[in-house]
Design a protein around this ligand. Structure first.
Ligand code: UDP
Ligand code: MN
Length: 291
């Protein structure tokens, strides 16, 4: 039974909360903005289901240094009160910082080899994601989010983000026309999107959904990446380009606003009422193994 307390909410006309942004896609998937939902109500509904949210994070090479802030801020803001299982893919399990996790939250290190090319590290994420979903997550979790580690949480991220297939609007392109999206434009690549096509430009730092849906996404993107590799072509924005291609033909059932993927260097805009998750400023030359 839902507790009556959880079902009460403050805003009588919640749909009037955000009027200056689109809150639904042309295929009727919600676009999640502050003011369009009541967090307590949504959390109350989802908490009845006793869900586990698998959260996969890669921290290879120097990127292990980002884990501490990522985990500490996730413990303050990310799915509070839910069962969260972090899976940390790293070449240095011993370097995973000891961050105190709330009850019902666990962390599993997954050892993977290091690489001397960052493109290789990011490109292999789809393959590893596909493998771990199949080998263990199907029986260990209900939903999954795969998140970049060079990030921090600054605001609440809860059950409003759950859906079958969840994408995030890239903070750099949510006000831009589709002709300016940095899709892969060479027809030789499997990530190719012709001019005039495309719905949104999605960020590669957040992928989420049901395990089966994210499994299909990871498997398809991995296959497409392999075909490109066999032709020695690397898409403009690596797996983000393939992700955008996938979402063009497999529409996300929920789209997160750029509140869920901001960039620390970017000043807050009027549409963004809350920054929930943001990419930190990093010195690429210093953290990546190759230029
Ligand atoms: N990554 C990593 N080690 C590397 C490069 C990348 O662990 O040397 C992982 C890490 O999880 C990172 C993600 O791949 O968040 C995406 O890479 P990056 O953040 O460098 O790409 P950007 O967000 O700058 O496009
Ligand atoms: Mn990143």
């Amino acid at each position: 039974m839902l507790s009556p307390k959880g079902l009460l909410y403050k805003q009588p006309n919640i749909l009037g909360g955000q009027t200056d942004v689109a809150t639904v896609t042309p295929w009727l998937a919600p676009i999640v903005w502050e003011g369009t939902f009541e967090p307590t109500l949504i959390d109350t509904i989802y908490k009845q289901q006793n869900l586990t949210i698998a959260t996969t994070v890669f921290a290879v090479g120097k990127y292990v240094r980002f884990l501490k802030d990522f985990l500490q801020t996730a413990e303050k803001h990310y799915f509070l009160g839910f069962c969260v299982h972090y899976y940390i893919f790293t070449d240095q399990p011993e370097a995973i910082p000891a961050v105190t996790l709330a009850p019902n939250r666990t962390l599993t290190p997954v050892k993977i080899p290091s690489s001397n090319r960052w493109q290789e590290i990011t490109l292999r994420r789809m393959e590893r994601l596909q493998e771990i979903i199949k080998s263990r997550l199907m029986s260990e979790a209900d939903y999954i989010f795969s998140l970049d580690v060079d990030t921090k949480f600054y605001g609440p991220w809860g059950a409003e983000t759950l859906g079958r297939l969840v994408a995030v609007l890239h903070p750099g392109y949510y006000t831009t026309g589709r002709q300016r999206f940095p899709y892969e434009r060479r027809p030789q690549s499997q990530a190719y999107i012709p001019a005039g096509e495309g719905d949104y430009y999605y960020g590669g730092a957040v992928i989420g959904g049901h395990l089966e849906d994210v499994y299909r996404l990871a498997k398809t993107c991995k296959e497409q990446l392999d075909i490109d590799a066999s032709k020695s072509i690397e898409a403009a924005w690596q797996e983000e380009s393939h992700l955008n291609k996938y979402f063009l033909y497999n529409k996300p059932t929920k789209v997160l606003s750029p509140e869920y993927l901001w960039q620390d260097f970017k000043p807050k805009t009027k549409e963004v009422k809350v920054i929930r998750f943001s990419q930190i400023i990093k010195n690429y030359a210093e953290v990546r193994p190759n230029p």
